[in-house]
Design a protein around this ligand. Structure first.
Ligand code: THJ
Length: 114
């Protein structure tokens, strides 16, 4: 712990620390989205995450199915693809998002394979 102000959780499209992301994941109603490939997802993902591959052909169509009023916690492997995904989601009207800085590599919490 380096002290200072704790980072405030806001679903404003920003990337946040794993600690703040964990708060987002624990927030009632938040949908956790893993934007990696199905193969990466199968190797281990956050509990309850849904897989919407940002590099997949159906990404936009799947985003279009999301509730634009919803809140989404988005992550990838190391934080690059989640950045792209958050920008594309915002362009599709899904703006209440938060990304995980460092991706799943920075995640210290539970990972499941089911
Ligand atoms: O998922 S990634 O940030 O390594 S491209």
């Amino acid at each position: 712990c380096s002290g200072g102000e704790p980072e405030a959780l806001a679903f404003d499209g920003a990337h946040v620390s794993a600690e703040t992301f964990a708060e987002a994941v624990a927030t009632e109603g938040v949908v956790v989205i893993d934007v990696r490939t199905p193969a990466e997802f199968a190797e281990g993902h956050l509990p309850g995450a849904v897989n919407i591959d940002v590099s997949g052909a159906t990404f936009d169509a799947e985003v279009a199915e999301l509730d634009p009023e919803g809140e989404y916690a988005v992550y990838c492997r190391s934080g690059n693809r989640s950045q792209v995904a958050i920008e594309e989601m915002a362009a599709d009207g899904v703006e209440q998002t938060v990304g995980l800085t460092g991706g799943i590599g920075a995640w210290a919490g539970e990972v499941v394979t089911d």
